[in-house]
Write a protein that binds this ligand. Structure first.
Ligand code: NAP
Ligand code: HSE
Length: 430
């Protein structure tokens, strides 16, 4: 089995190292030896440092795509173009493709799957969600007998690290982000991590598999963690919750809802114990019940673990001459439920005037908009102000928005400081 690796960066180097490190065991498991025939990389020194022979290093993709002896193209350059073109060209030449590129799948998944099906080649992308955590194949294969009801993921290590530190040390977002960048846990440009976009791409992929209907990035409602303060995290603790950036996909009455936002989850929920850079995916299926997969969602060797698993799987298919066995599983076209039609419980923190009748007026606005309050905490200050922390019962998102619009214009309300959804609570539990 001859493979070509595109990109010798973090993951590409990890894949090459792992294939060398476990060479003998991998050959036995794959049914034949896996030979890295070519590596495409702009900076050839990156490949030389791994001890790759000079003749295997190239900068021109034609040397790979036009080589009939290369069976698998492992795309690890990232981004949309030229990765998309490279993948399609490889498939059109009958080559199987492995990738870790969630950006590309979340955007162009349909065209890639269509080409793979037409050409009867394998397309494997386990590393694109949750790094080293096996979740794509388990959902397509081991859980295929279930109707999946809900998938909840902690799918971004950077934000989980930041929220964990804020929670453990009572510090604010900006300070912890700066420290995470200094330690190399957060990228120099962390916007797609802290803004929720990275997790949104991953949940789009998982939702498509879970509900057998294509969900793209545009279908995912996205909110990041930049507005979360140490104060919100403190109140979460007092109330028995922890704040996490959750990626959630669910299906109700044939409609799919997918979203990424910070959420209060009960301390008793298995996802509440997932801290630091770790990722986890919690799945609820009608037969299996609740399961959770946990591990490292990024990094050189964990991500290489998933990529090499895919390479071995394709080799096994070759040995048994049974390619394109599990292709695209999006055989339905389900409607996307817009976020304003969703019902959630909410945490609301607001600053109000501390005088008689204020609480009654606020409760009146919520009541008039069909928002029912589950609990209220009031903390008064010396300056005639009070901080109100409210938890609502299950509420339709648009009813909450209507209430907040009215409240923002009331003189007794200084500010709506934050609104955070609650999640991980089963209907009937609240
Ligand atoms: P990376 O470290 O930036 O590696 C990509 C490498 O490909 C770089 O050396 C880059 O060179 C090279 N490259 C880019 N375009 C090229 C081209 N047209 N021709 C030749 N070489 C090219 O990225 P990475 O972190 O390994 O990520 C690779 C993929 O894995 C991405 O899709 C990412 O989303 C995914 N992924 C990464 C992780 C992780 O932990 N890093 C986890 C899960 C998934 P230059 O640097 O010179 O551009
Ligand atoms: N930047 C991502 C994270 C890893 O922080 O989890 C790559 O998807």
């Amino acid at each position: 089995m001859n493979i070509a690796v595109l990109g010798c960066g973090t993951v590409g180097a990890g894949v090459i190292k792992l294939l060398m490190q476990n060479r003998e065991a991998i050959s036995k498991r794959a049914g034949e030896e896996i030979n890295v025939k070519k590596v495409l990389e702009k900076d050839k020194d990156k490949c030389r440092r791994l001890g790759l022979p000079e003749e295997s290093i190239c900068t021109n993709y034609a040397e790979i795509v036009d080589d009939p002896d290369i069976d698998i193209v492992v795309e690890l350059i990232g981004g949309i173009d030229p990765a998309f073109t490279f993948i399609l060209e490889a498939m059109q030449k009958g080559k199987h493709v492995v990738t870790a590129n969630k950006d590309l799948i979340a955007l162009k998944g349909r065209q890639i799957f269509d080409t793979a099906e037409k050409m009867q080649v394998d397309f494997a992308f386990e590393a694109s969600v949750g790094g080293g955590i096996p979740i794509i194949l388990p959902m397509k294969q081991s859980l295929a007998g279930n109707q999946v009801q809900e998938v909840i993921g902690i799918l971004n290590g950077t934000t989980n690290y930041i929220l964990s530190k804020m929670s453990q040390e009572g510090r604010d977002f900006d300070e912890v982000l700066r420290e995470a960048q200094e330690l190399g846990y957060a990228e120099a440009d962390p916007s797609s991590d802290v803004g929720g976009l990275d997790a949104a791409r991953k949940i789009a992929i998982l939702a498509s598999i879970a509900f057998n209907s294509r969900v793209t990035l545009d279908d995912v409602y996205v909110e990041g963690i930049t507005s979360i303060t140490a104060r919100d995290i403190q109140y979460a603790k007092e109330l028995g919750y922890v704040v996490k950036l959750l990626a959630i996909a669910s299906e109700e009455e044939g409609k799919i809802q997918s979203r990424v936002h910070p959420a209060f989850i009960p301390l008793t929920h298995p996802l509440a114990a997932v801290n630091d850079v770790f990722n986890a995916v919690f799945v609820r299926g009608d037969a299996v019940g609740e399961i959770m997969l946990f591990g490292r969602g990024a990094g050189e060797m964990p991500t290489a673990s998933a990529v090499v698993g895919d390479i071995i799987d394709i080799s096994r298919n070759k040995v048994h001459d049974c390619h394109a066995r599990i292709g695209c599983t999006c055989y339905e076209e389900k409607e996307i439920l817009p976020i304003h039609e969703l019902s959630s419980q909410f945490y609301i923190r607001m600053t109000v005037k501390d005088r008689p009748g204020v609480l009654a007026s606020i409760a009146g606005v919520f009541g008039n908009n069909d928002v029912s309050i589950e609990s209220v905490i009031q903390k008064s200050s010396d300056e005639g102000k009070a901080e109100l922390i409210l938890i609502t019962h299950l509420t339709k998102e648009e009813n909450l928005r209507d209430s907040l619009m009215i409240l923002r214009d009331m003189k007794i309300v200084g500010a709506i400081d934050n609104v955070i959804r609650l999640a991980g609570i089963r209907k009937g539990d609240s």
